[in-house]
Design a protein around this ligand. Structure first.
Ligand code: ADP
Ligand code: MG
Length: 255
């Protein structure tokens, strides 16, 4: 029970104008835990991931990542806010993989992976190349170092995007529908890389509609709708015996 908490959200709220997108979200993620976030489109899943990664700032509540305040905190009338520098340091520890891989088209696979460590961390070139090649092997693409993104399939590009995120040696990985843009036959190779990462003990929060992945890999499933966490539990509990009609309706729709 003494698993270290690495992400903690307490009463997190986020609004875009009048649109109240996250409503008092409470959630904690332990070190090495894999949490799958499910929910209909527009329920706030991406926004929540973006708040964890400081791409959005919360309006209310408390969000800590790796034991440190992330972004923003309103406590009564007192407002705590991180500097740009502190936010950048936070972001280094959190890798993010999106639906669209956004690799730089005019850079090789190796250059894409090395870019952030060289620029942000001022890593040494030789060391960062060695690490990039290790990561390419880890995602099953050791022979693609000198290829350009356009020469790769969507699944291969997404695996490169995962390697690129890992190049910063993050302690947490966030995935936002990483297989949703892929042809069905390419989904499995990306999920396999994610499964392997999970098995190696990476802390992961994954937004996905891949129910088989959720069943096999998630320690916990969190179902969100309309900016609320409706239900959370083990995959067996949430899929096998959902407590809320909203969850049941959603699960029927994705099966
Ligand atoms: P999900 O990922 O669950 O589909 P999102 O977090 O993307 O949900 O969106 C939740 C709500 O927030 C939606 O109503 C969406 O239109 C709104 N939203 C998301 N990002 C922005 C933004 N940058 N500006 C304004 N509204 C946004
Ligand atoms: Mg989304």
């Amino acid at each position: 029970m003494s698993v270290e908490t690495v992400i903690q959200a307490e009463g997190v709220s986020k609004r875009f104008g009048d649109n109240h997108v996250l409503k008092h979200i409470n959630m904690s993620v332990g070190k090495g835990e894999v949490v799958v976030l499910l929910g209909p489109s527009g329920s706030g899943k991406s926004t929540f991931l973006r708040c964890i990664n400081n791409l959005e700032r919360i309006d209310d509540g408390l969000l800590t990542v790796n034991g440190e305040l992330s972004g923003y905190r309103r406590d009564g009338n007192t407002l705590y806010e991180l500097s740009e520098k502190q936010i950048a340091k936070h972001r280094e520890q959190v890798g993010m993989v999106f639906q669209r891989f956004n690799l730089f088209p005019h850079k090789t696979v190796l250059e894409n992976i090395m870019l952030a460590p060289l620029k942000v961390k001022r890593a040494e070139r030789a060391a960062s190349e060695t690490h990039a090649r290790e990561l390419l092997a880890r995602v099953g693409l050791p022979e693609k170092a000198d290829a350009y993104p356009s020469q790769l399939s969507g699944g291969q590009q997404q695996r490169v995007a995962i390697a690129r995120a890992l190049a910063m040696r993050p302690s947490i990985m966030l995935f936002d529908e990483p297989t949703s843009a892929l042809d069905p036959e390419l989904v499995g190779e990306v999920l396999d890389v994610m499964k392997q990462l999970a098995a190696e003990g990476m802390t992961m929060v994954v937004v996905t509609h891949e129910m088989t992945f959720a069943r096999e890999v998630a320690d916990r499933v969190v179902f969100m709708a309309d900016g609320y966490i409706v239900e959370t539990g083990t995959p067996e509990a949430v899929f096998g015996n959902p407590q809320h009609e909203r969850t049941r309706a959603f699960l029927r729709s994705v099966r």
